[in-house]
Design a protein around this ligand. Structure first.
Ligand code: TXA
Ligand code: MG
Length: 306
């Protein structure tokens, strides 16, 4: 299906991707169509080997070598200078390409059998919740794509961490499934994306990853006003027993577990009869950064719409 230019959704360790032949501009264009995605957003190329990575991107820094050695396959995306073989539609005309090697056997096998890098954004409609199960993909894109490979639930649960090396310094373009602290042991302190002048990631848009129902942060005020019509995503425990539709991200406060459950529980609350979804903040260390990034963007969509 990939070789003939079709769209195949597949599991990765982070979220499900919507894949197409990464060297075929026409196939990649179908991704934007299916997702309803503004076409100025570049796509990540998924590779299964260092050889394939070298075919599409240039590696010429010791620290990049170290990152590849330590974290690939894994939830890390590197933005690197691109090679000529990569179609413009993949990079939106920019001189860099985003590359990652997913730590998922089905994904790696799919790339191997396709014999080319696979371009894949998260397999959701643009701006909505990312999919961590095949059912989530079917719900949003089922009638628009050729095939879904069902690999069960993804285990990281949030998208990859994206970094870029620019003029000798590393920038964090999107917090994600690999803790920034781990990356910094190799790169030194990551600069924040605000200081960065590279192309805008949807990951950098003010709102994104949202539910189709209103979603707000839980705070001191609204927590006492919760009713049985509300849904609440708590961090460690249920804090108001009037809430009827509730989920707890991780009872022992484990941020890795919380990240794994994040989109799954948001999908469940979105499908529940709850009219509004409240979400509790989590500590912003380790994977907490990626979780708060997703929640902030989800709630921003409904700010001022009360
Ligand atoms: O975990 C993931 O990364 C998942 C799975 C499917 O691999 N993919 C994913 O793709 O999250 P997507 O398209 O939803 O997000 C990719 C991000 C976008 O924000 C895009 O703008 C950014 O990567 N990106 C891609 N190429 C870039 C480039 N050359 N420079 C800067 N950002 C880039
Ligand atoms: Mg996405």
């Amino acid at each position: 299906m990939i070789k003939s230019g079709g769209l195949v959704a597949f599991p990765t360790e982070t979220v499900y991707g919507l894949g197409a032949d990464g060297l075929n501009a026409e196939a990649a264009a179908k991704i934007f169509e299916a997702k309803n995605r503004p076409s100025f957003n570049p796509l990540i190329l998924h590779v299964n080997s260092r050889e394939m990575l070298d075919k599409v991107a240039v590696v010429e820094d010791e620290r990049i070598e170290e990152l590849i050695k330590n974290f690939m396959p894994g939830p890390l995306t590197l933005v690197l200078p691109k090679k000529g073989i990569v179609p413009e539609i993949i990079t939106s005309g920019h001189p860099t390409v985003a590359v990652r090697m997913p730590a998922n056997d089905i994904a790696l096998k799919l790339i191997e059998l396709s014999e080319r890098p696979i371009a894949a954004p998260s397999a959701n409609s643009f701006g909505f919740l990312s999919p961590t199960k095949a059912e989530h993909v079917a719900k949003q894109l089922g009638d628009k794509i050729d095939m879904i490979l069902d690999g069960g639930e993804t285990n990281v649960g949030v998208e990859s961490t994206i970094i870029e090396l620019k003029n000798g310094e590393f920038y964090l373009l999107r917090p994600g499934g690999l803790e920034p602290e781990k990356i910094e042991s190799i790169t030194g302190k990551l600069k924040r994306k605000e200081d960065n002048i590279s192309p805008n990631s949807p990951g950098q848009l003010k709102f994104h990853y949202s539910t189709y129902k209103p979603i707000k942060f839980l705070d001191e005020d609204n927590i006492s006003r919760i009713t049985d019509k509300d849904g609440v995503l708590f961090f460690r425990k249920v804090l108001n027993s009037k809430a009827k539709y509730t989920r707890v991200l991780s009872e022992d406060g484990n941020l890795r577990k919380a990240a794994t459950n994040l989109f799954k529980y948001l999908h469940e609350l979105e499908e529940s009869p709850a009219e509004i979804i409240y979400v509790e903040r989590v500590p912003e260390t380790g994977l907490g950064k990626a979780i708060m990034d997703r929640l902030t963007k989800a709630t921003n969509k409904y700010l001022g719409n009360e």
